[in-house]
Design a protein around this ligand. Structure first.
Ligand code: GLN
Length: 538
């Protein structure tokens, strides 16, 4: 079968959950036995979101091949289990860089380089994944960031228009809009959707499917109105109502026949509706999980999206143990020795978040100290692990001035130090230790047990600093074990204190590889420890 292309655009407002719809559609097509990938095109100029502050764009997600990407790729992976790559996250910046580099090399042989056709051709090439070798995909789902009408997304729309023409029935356009409810009038309004579709039509794109985001149930009359105003069939107007969990969305879309409508448009026999047993089993567990367990998330950014993958990993791990994980954000910059007992009271576990720079560092160290001295299960991730290491040096090894050279370059006890290969790097973007690296686990350690006794694993990274091996022996002697090590570079990847209930720090980011059907083993093990410490609520 020739590869089919589905384009997903959004209108009216941003934050409608295009990423969730794209991921859900990927899941549904996968359930029908198709080979699928999902990619995101973002209209901003940054080459990748690696240099963006989380307040700007939420979490930066990292692929196994080391690309810093949009957090929607996390949804794609969690829903479908697909492993995305650097080809699945493209920005305007990357498109322009490719074209400009080519122009400087003289590849265009004296031509004037223009948005149309040079930029749009490059967008098309990437939408078709022409650089990716050896892929045998049935479907490529392409989500375009931003909202219809944005000046910056115009070249992407033009590329879709051209591809649509070129590919004929092998391309389908899905448009996601918003239907607001006006309380005073007690009415749901379709006008913004009509305008958004008109705008799209003005760019030469007729949507095949319209997904209506809504906080209230939409009746058939309203869907009919949208269908007739927007030139689509009634069965091609589906609604995406607010649901108790994002993981209910694929099932709701399947019930309304979103995937079937797409197959009909393309001309593929629809066949039976897949049962998706494992997914339904998961949803039943999620619906049934009543007991709550409180986990503190000690970090800098009080924003749902900032630690998206960690939040989802905690929730998913809990569901498999029939508990609802209640995440309490604790601002590290406001955490002190004086208030820590109060702020962390009632918490069954503590996660110390990744991060960069000075702000909130003392608070993270205080949280690590509190967890260690009160034996509260504690999971330190990347910077969180580094803070566990610093805290241990200060309090147990007796180096009061121990620090990371990121925070204090001249510290005499640099227990966390810049990696050798990072020292000559001057550029910020894409230059960290990124992506998947192997890690050897010490048999018998708690970390190794969590992985089911596996001696060797591979996890994703995003950091410049590392555990300083000069201190390894001192740590081991004093009770903090270096139980995970990179076999090639001898970098410490996992530390733990075996005498405590659960005190593990990982230099890598396990949250990036947790999926709905396979939550990460370290999160599962951590949540089990949280439940077991007697603090879980009935
Ligand atoms: N700032 C630390 C480093 O670069 C930790 C990075 C992180 O938490 N992702 O090593």
């Amino acid at each position: 079968m020739a590869t089919k292309y589905i384009f997903i655009t959004g209108g009216v407002v941003s934050s409608l959950g295009k990423g969730i719809i794209s991921a859900s559609l990927g899941k549904l097509l996968q359930a029908r036995g198709f080979k699928v990938t999902i990619q995101k095109f973002d209209p901003y100029i940054n080459i990748d979101p690696g240099t963006l502050n989380p307040y700007e764009h939420g979490e930066c997600y990292v692929t196994a091949d080391g690309m810093e990407t949009d957090l929607d790729l996390g949804h794609y992976e969690r829903f479908t289990g697909i492993r995305t790559t650097r080809e699945n996250s493209i920005t305007t910046g990357r498109i322009y860089k490719t074209v400009i580099d080519r122009e400087r090399r003289g590849d265009y042989l004296g031509k004037t380089i223009q948005v149309v056709p040079h930029i749009t051709d490059e967008i098309k090439r990437r939408m078709l994944r022409q650089d990716v070798k050896g892929e045998d995909l049935d479907f490529v789902i392409t989500e375009v960031g931003g909202t219809i009408g944005d000046i910056e997304s115009a070249p992407f729309m033009e590329a879709i228009r051209q591809l649509r023409w070129q590919l004929g029935r092998d391309a389908v356009c899905v448009h996601l809009t918003y239907v607001p409810y006006l309380k005073a009038a007690e009415e749901l309004k379709t006008k913004p959707t009509q305008h958004s579709v008109k705008e799209l039509q003005g760019m030469g794109i007729q949507p095949d499917i319209i997904v209506l985001r809504t906080e209230r149930h939409l009746d058939d009359a309203l869907r009919m109105k949208v269908a007739s105003f927007c030139n689509v069939d009634l069965e091609c107007v589906v609604q995406s109502e607010d649901l108790p969990s994002i993981y209910e969305v694929p099932v709701s879309m399947q019930r309304q026949g979103l995937d079937a409508a797409i197959l009909r448009k393309i001309g593929i026999p629809v066949g039976e509706t897949p049962a998706m047993k494992a997914w339904h089993d998961f949803l039943n567990k999620q619906r049934g999980a009543k007991r709550e367990v409180s986990v503190a998330l000690v970090g800098k950014y009080d924003l749902q999206d900032a630690y998206k993958s960690i939040r989802e990993s905690l929730n998913l791990a809990g569901i498999y143990d029939d508990v609802k994980v209640k995440i309490h954000f604790v601002a590290s910059q406001a955490l002190t020795r004086e208030n820590v007992a109060d702020r962390l009271a009632g918490m069954s576990g503590i996660v110390i978040c990744p991060g960069f720079g000075q702000r909130g560092i003392p608070g993270k160290i205080v949280a690590a100290e509190y967890a260690r001295t009160h034996d509260v299960p504690c999971f330190g991730i990347c910077l969180g692990m580094q803070m566990m290491v610093i805290e241990f040096a200060r309090d147990v090894l007796g180096y009061a001035d121990a620090d990371s050279s990121e925070m204090r370059p001249d510290t005499p006890h640099n227990v966390i130090d810049m990696m050798e290969e990072q020292k000559s790097i001057t550029q910020m973007g894409g230059t960290m230790r990124l992506g998947e690296y192997p890690c050897q686990l010490r048999p018998g350690s708690r970390a190794c047990e969590a992985y089911g006794g596996k001696g060797s694993v591979a996890e994703r990274h995003r950091h410049r600093y590392e555990f300083n091996n000069r201190y390894r022996e001192a740590y081991e002697k004093a009770g903090m074990q270096c139980v995970g090590v990179n076999p090639d570079a001898d970098l410490v990847e996992v530390v733990e204190i075996p005498s405590l209930r659960w005190y593990i720090g990982t230099q890598f980011h396990p949250e990036y590889s947790s999926t709905v059907l396979h939550p990460h083993p370290l999160f599962i093990s951590f949540i089990k420890a949280c439940i077991g410490n007697g603090n879980a609520e009935a």
